[in-house]
Design a protein. Structure first.
Length: 528
């Protein structure tokens, strides 16, 4: 078959790193090393030793999202093979992780406020020339990783990257972040680097046909895989792409924290998390409901449910400008999203700082400070957004926590009132270690960990924000309740769960004060 074909709308393409579902901390070299050493290999060793423990743990829905592999004991041999392969092929990354631990111990024991210059000789050999030793103003020592050089070092290799193609026919998808990806019948793994432009050609074929032989050759498909690969394509022409040409501004909710703001002149997509198109209920917007190009894509922060590489790689060929928060690079928890996306083949990646504005046709995009939800770590790669378009204004604050009400008072002095608020209310988030534990070089007391949770605002805090900006409309994100997000959201909310109770209270308060409000779920269109 060498006819012009389209990629079927329900083809799932999962990016992998080292046979694990790819997300940002598996891309940046230093964080990747720490996750391989402190999460992946430890989890695989545990499973190989006692697979029944993992099976038993995952019978409890509350344990989903923990360090448990979701395969049966019959797959222990395959996990053991992957563990052995990891120990061999990623030996240099395991050595890097050991070096990071060793350097931290050296600084803790020997950096006492005097010059750090003598300690450079004690930096482990594999880290020499990739770190700067620094104090903060109170003489607390640390190492700053020079990420740009690490990306050009042997510690960043594309050979461990690949994709897996399969069909998505229902919302049932297992949690992917704690389990390595073993290939099942009907699935095709291709050793394609994630920056390869062949992926752009593949995803473009969802609406623009290309010769089958071209894409087969472009992605290096083997003859023995051709029968399966060809099943992912069709001669049937897809539905026309969305094109908004109305008056004013249309706001389209795609689920979770993903919102598309459009006018005739510009399209702005925030935190892309999007469903594939297949026969399913409830109805939702999918990739097929996006325009042919996206002028601006905004990333609020570096958490797995807001920065989803699977979706962003799908959209890479559409994105004209990718806007990310500006990182300080001061710690392993604060990697440069700009560097990462550039290494992954994204073009026109721009960092935005707090209170910095970008002019767009008919308005502007302004970065706003984002407090909370990061366990009190010194993380700068997080930002909220104020989008002004054709006289209307929209504030996207993701999972910001109103820790200090004076912050929003100061912001209001600059911005004035805002028309519409979009916010999450994950007010009972996971302990800090759930997200950042593998990056830590020293153990954290359990009580400390439990107190430093990844929290957003509760009702009381959200009401303060609503009062400050005199919003006319207030919307709470679905916070992982959409069924197609089970692979990244280990949540089992009920009507009694605190985020649901608190968001219901906020919606009630707003309606009692003549503010249009609801907790969004599945899909929604607004016209202003």
């Amino acid at each position: 078959m060498d006819k012009d074909v389209y990629l079927k709308a329900n083809v799932l393409v999962e990016p992998l790193c080292n046979q694990w579902y790819a997300w940002s901390c598996l891309i940046s070299p230093a964080t990747a090393a720490m996750f391989i050493a402190n999460s992946q290999t430890k989890t695989m060793k545990s499973f190989v030793a006692s697979p029944q423990v993992h099976v038993a743990a995952l019978k409890n829905p509350a344990m989903v999202g923990g360090p448990f592999i979701s395969y049966g004991p019959d797959r222990a041999g395959e996990i053991k093979s992957l563990l052995d392969k990891t120990n061999t092929e990623q030996a240099h990354m395991l050595k890097l992780a050991d070096a990071i631990h060793e350097l931290d111990a050296t600084l803790a024991g020997e950096a006492k406020g005097y010059s750090l210059e003598p300690l450079y000789e004690k930096v482990p050999a594999c880290l020499r020339g990739y770190v700067e030793l620094v104090y903060d103003i109170n003489n607390n020592p640390s190492a700053r990783f020079i990420e740009a050089l690490l990306y050009s070092s042997p510690f960043y290799g594309q050979s461990s990257q690949s994709i897996v193609m399969s069909f998505m026919n229902s919302d049932r998808r297992p949690f992917v972040l704690s389990t390595p990806r073993l290939i099942e019948p009907g699935e095709l793994q291709l050793n394609v680097p994630l920056a390869d432009e062949g992926l752009d050609e593949l995803f473009r074929m969802q609406y623009a046909a290309r010769p089958y032989g071209y894409i087969k050759e472009r992605l290096g498909v083997r003859a023995e895989d051709e029968e399966l690969f060809s099943s992912f394509f069709t001669l049937e022409e897809p539905q026309p792409l969305d094109c908004y040409d109305g008056e004013g501004v249309r706001v389209r909710y795609f689920g979770h924290a993903c919102v598309l703001v459009q006018s005739r002149e510009v399209s702005i997509l925030c935190d892309p998390v999007i469903s594939y198109k297949y026969d399913s209920e409830p109805a939702r917007y999918t990739f097929a409901d996006l325009p042919e190009s996206l002028d601006y894509v905004l990333i609020t922060h570096n958490h797995k449910d807001h920065l989803m590489l699977e979706v962003l790689l799908h959209l890479r060929h559409k994105i004209k400008n990718l806007i990310v928060p500006k990182a300080s690079g001061s710690s392993l928890a604060d990697v440069s999203l700009k560097l990462m996306f550039q290494k992954l083949g994204f073009r026109n990646v721009r960092e935005i700082d707090e209170m910095e504005s970008i002019a767009v046709p008919g308005g502007s995009i302004t970065g706003l400070p984002f407090l909370g939800e990061h366990g009190d770590l010194n993380v700068r790669n997080k930002i909220a957004y104020l989008v002004a378009l054709h006289g209307r204004s929209f504030m996207f604050i993701a999972d910001s926590n109103d820790i200090d009400p004076l912050l929003y008072e100061h912001i209001h002095h600059v911005t004035g009132d805002v028309d519409v608020l979009f916010t999450g209310m994950e007010c009972e988030g996971a302990p800090m270690s759930w997200m950042y534990g593998p990056l830590m070089t020293r153990p954290l007391m359990r009580l400390m960990d439990q107190s430093r949770r990844l929290n957003g605002s509760n009702c009381e805090k959200a009401v303060r924000i609503v009062k400050q900006f005199n919003f006319r409309q207030v919307y709470v994100y679905a916070m992982g309740l959409e069924p197609w997000l089970s692979h990244v959201m280990a949540l089992n909310y009920t009507d009694e769960s605190k985020p649901i109770v608190e968001s219901n209270r906020l919606v009630k308060y707003c309606r009692e004060h003549d503010i249009i409000s609801e907790r969004l779920i599945y899909k929604k269109d607004l016209y202003l």
